[in-house]
Design a binder for this molecule. Structure first.
Ligand SMILES: *Cc1c(COP(=O)(O)O)cnc(C)c1O
Length: 391
């Protein structure tokens, strides 16, 4: 189906932060499958994990116990607020599970009237019906029938509206990305996250965090909400959890998941042995002082250098934002045109984003040398963009 506006680049193979097209051109990849190849392309340990598991067992049903699934669930709960995990194949399915878990919780509590779920403008939660309704971005919902009942959109940063949502007696949950990805790398201030935790507790409302993009080390801590020293009740994870292999997870406290009893939810492929083997390896490599330290170091360098570029190219760069290696650069020229210039003239791949941003989402193990190269290329693209205007 013609649902993608694809770049004219036929990719063949990758290694770390390098990507090669079928015509042999080498690119520096600061997209990383949109924050998904957290350890770069073809990481040898991940390749080995897939190979080893591929020879043992790919798939059984969830009617059996799957040791790799229990191991990954143990690793995720040990490194988060959560007590229980449901595995999926994608981010949007993890969000679906989160939404269902929230409504079921209130039913289990004897408050079935609590069905309202509030999301924020500029957020992105995936493409299934629940996820598009939760984000309520018109360009993703229009033409797909009536809005689903009980979903509402708040204006990002409108604290009065958010307070009213918490105090509404039929509210089930608030869903947000602690750092918005697709929306253009907008970060919710840590004091607001703490306030939300307090409001949720005071009003019997659940907090759902979508850390599909900002989680798994992207911001320099394993989970983005750790920066605020608080935690949600339910969290959707995917993207870098599989290092590029499809796997997602919905994490929750035992209390929040109390309505998720036998038979109420399920998945054929979710939690399959192959995905679990690679997820376990990816998590162990990312949740390490080495990788997280590297994210903070490289992010500091890139932010500083990009701020320097903003000073030298105020006619190109308006703002540099985001957290860790989820970096948004808001531009004067059209972001799509800038992406094409970076790709064609510099062989640098960057991602698009809302608010006319381009996003730099390099692998978390990017080296300082590669970061320097990325900055040189980004500057080259700024020059090309300036030349394009004066031409
Ligand atoms: C990518 C993304 C999703 C959807 O994940 P899929 O695997 O494409 O379904 C959901 N939420 C956020 C924040 C994302 O970035």
């Amino acid at each position: 189906m013609g649902v993608y506006n694809r770049a004219p680049l036929e990719v063949e193979r990758g290694r770390g932060a390098r990507l090669w097209s079928t015509d042999g051109t080498e690119y520096l990849d600061c997209v990383a499958g949109i924050s998904t190849n957290g350890l770069g392309h073809a990481h040898p340990d991940l390749v080995q994990a897939v190979k080893d598991q591929a020879e043992k067992l790919w798939h059984v049903s969830n009617i059996f116990r799957i040791p790799g699934q229990e191991a990954l669930a143990d690793a995720l709960t040990a490194s988060s607020f959560a007590d229980v995990v449901f595995f999926t194949n994608s981010g949007t399915e993890a969000v679906e599970c989160a939404l269902k878990t929230a409504r079921k919780y209130h039913v289990a509590n004897g408050q079935p009237e609590r069905i309202d779920i509030y999301g924020f403008d500029g957020s992105f939660h995936g493409r299934t019906y629940g996820a598009i309704n939760a984000a309520a971005n018109p360009s993703y919902t229009e033409g797909f029938g009536p809005p689903m009942q009980g979903f509402h959109q708040l204006k990002w940063g409108d604290k009065d509206a958010l307070k009213a949502a918490f105090e509404n007696p039929t509210t089930a949950a608030i869903i947000l990305e602690p750092v918005q990805g697709e929306g253009g790398c907008r970060e919710t201030p840590v004091e607001d996250l703490r306030w939300m935790r307090q409001m949720a507790d005071d009003n019997g409302v659940l907090l759902i965090f979508d850390e599909v993009q900002c989680g798994m080390g992207r911001t320099g801590k394993l989970w983005a909400h750790e920066w605020a020293g608080m935690a949600p009740d339910i969290m959707a994870v995917a993207k870098a959890l599989g290092g590029g292999f499809p796997v997602g997870a919905c994490l929750a406290t035992a209390e929040a998941a109390k309505g998720m009893t036998v038979g109420v939810h399920g998945s054929t492929f979710g939690g399959n042995p192959l995905a679990m083997a690679v997820g376990l390896k990816a998590l162990s490599l990312i949740d390490s002082p080495e990788t997280l330290g590297n994210v903070n170091e490289i992010a500091g360098y890139l932010k500083q250098q990009l701020a320097g570029l903003q000073e030298r190219y105020p006619d190109v760069i308006v703002d540099v934002r985001g957290k860790g290696l989820l970096i948004g650069v808001k531009l004067v020229p059209n972001n799509r045109e800038f992406m094409a210039l970076a790709r064609d003239t510099q062989k640098l791949l960057v991602a698009g984003g809302g608010d006319n941003c381009v996003r730099l989402l390099p692998p978390l193990n990017l080296t300082l040398e590669e970061a320097r190269e990325a900055i040189d290329k980004f500057e080259g693209a700024c020059k090309a963009a300036r030349d394009a205007v004066s031409a």
